[in-house]
Design a binder for this molecule. Structure first.
Ligand code: UGA
Length: 434
């Protein structure tokens, strides 16, 4: 099949590369010349484990190409993916200007039937808007399909190649057939392609992300209550997660959810609800709780240092919003670092992937180290914001010698309480007492 993917962000690039891997001829289109040059030169602008191997192979075998020219990119393409940004506007709603601009252009240049696929997370009713924008000038027949993606950053390639399910919103029999053919190699193990109408597919994506954000937030609230009643949230997680109706995953309490998806999508669904005059109360609570949760460790730090952080040096492990990514969008680490700086502390950081991105934002306000241990040298305490595997079993003795005080504020519950006690650390974590 000939496929065009418009937008080479993380979704577009993973989609294009993985469909090339299943034997299709893929052209990725982007207006950013610098990015396209980079991609043409064999360089991937994002960090996504496993993507490089597939990218290199498919570029080398001529199945994956890049261009800035939309007409060239969509030439003879049977399907055209729109994987464009939908940044939140001031009122929380998703801004569709990039998608609608490309839809406008497609109306002018399409010269054959194609299925145009909304891959970006877009509000209910977008497929209709995209259809109208293309139809304004279209000279040929086309269908617009909603096909939301459920990839997690860091494991996007695996999620794409082995999806739990594929959701396709279309009321066109012709488009349905093409979508079935396209996804057939990825659902051979029986994982379903679920067909529904366009609006339901658009809503499914928001419902999935908001539900997951709610699940995490619920556990964060349980954790907060555990601290008050003297219970341990790890035990609660194990106790309830084994109930198959609840499920084991996404029950880890911590310093709140971040990233480019959950915060934006929960906010956008709340906005949609308001637009349709529905008071979606749970969503409001999820946003409120998460806002506070991100700052959860700060009172512990302040109290440990008697509300005086001036001149103190705080080491930080983990900047990315989660492991296996360099993404720092809505990362809890950032807000915490800013609060520490404002309180007069010096901040020394280490992250295996995200330091360059943070440097672009905070510059010389903080110190960057090449190893986790270098960040601890003479620091007054350690804060942990991302559960990178290398932080899970560190050399505690070495850490103790480097740190001025053996104190750890852990936003990801990485260590056992008993072990920390035995090692002589003052250990703060979430929902497990001190
Ligand atoms: C999320 C969804 O999981 C994907 O299905 C979806 O496709 C994607 O958004 C999207 O809309 O593009 P992602 O944002 O990459 O994926 O990351 P997640 O692994 O879902 O983590 C989101 C946040 O929740 C992170 O801040 C993570 O630390 C936090 N989290 C996750 C917890 O605090 N506890 C958990 O148990 C799980």
């Amino acid at each position: 099949m000939k496929i065009a993917v418009v937008g080479t962000g993380y979704v577009g690039l993973v989609t294009g590369t993985c469909f090339a891997e299943t034997g299709n001829q893929v052209v990725c289109v982007d207006i950013d010349e610098r990015k396209v040059k980079m991609l043409q030169g064999g360089e991937i602008p994002i960090y996504e484990p496993g993507l490089d191997v597939l990218f290199d192979r498919n570029v080398a075998e001529g199945r994956l190409q890049f261009t800035t020219n939309l007409s060239e990119g969509i030439k003879e393409a049977e399907v055209i993916f729109l994987a464009l940004p939908t940044p939140p506007g001031e009122d929380g709603s998703a801004d569709l200007k990039y998608i609608l601009k490309v839809a406008d252009d497609l109306g002018n240049i399409l010269d054959h039937y194609a299925v145009v696929i909304d891959k970006s997370t877009v509000p209910v009713g977008t497929a209709e808007k995209v259809t109208a924008a293309i139809a304004k000038n279209a000279k040929v027949d086309f269908d617009v399909v909603s096909n939301p993606e459920f990839l997690r950053e860091g494991v996007a390639v695996e999620d794409f190649m082995k999806p739990d399910r594929v959701v396709v919103g279309t009321t066109s029999a012709k488009a349905k057939k093409i979508m079935e053919k396209l996804y057939a190699p990825l659902v051979r193990q029986g994982n379903p392609v679920i067909f529904m109408d366009e609006r339901s597919a658009e809503m499914t994506k928001y419902a999935a992300n908001s539900f997951l954000a709610m699940k995490i937030t619920f556990m964060n609230e349980i954790a907060n209550l555990c601290e008050k009643v003297g219970a341990n949230v790890d035990d609660i997680r194990r106790g309830i997660g084994t109930d198959s109706r609840i499920g084991k995953r996404f029950l880890f309490a911590g310093i709140g959810y971040g990233g480019s998806c959950f915060p934006k999508d929960v906010q956008a669904l709340a906005k949609t609800s308001a637009d349709y005059d529905y008071d979606f109360r749970i969503l409001k609570s999820v946003m409120d709780v998460n806002y506070d949760q991100k700052k959860k460790l700060l009172p512990m730090v302040n109290s440990y240092f008697n509300n005086d952080l001036k001149g103190k040096t705080i080491a930080v492990w983990g900047l990315a919003f989660k492991p296996y990514t360099d993404d720092i969008r809505e990362a809890p680490a950032l807000e915490n670092i800013e609060a520490l700086l404002q309180a007069g502390a010096q901040v020394v950081v280490y992250d295996p992937e995200a330091m360059a991105n943070v440097k672009g934002l905070l510059g010389d306000q903080i110190t960057y180290c090449h190893t986790p241990y270098a960040a601890l040298d003479d620091a007054d305490g350690l804060m942990i914001f991302t559960e990178w595997p290398q932080f899970r079993t560190p050399e505690f003795d070495k850490m103790g010698k480097l740190l001025k005080n053996k104190v750890i504020f852990d936003g990801r519950n990485l260590y056992e309480l008993e072990q920390m006690k035995e090692l002589g650390y003052t250990y703060f974590s979430i929902g497990r007492g001190c």
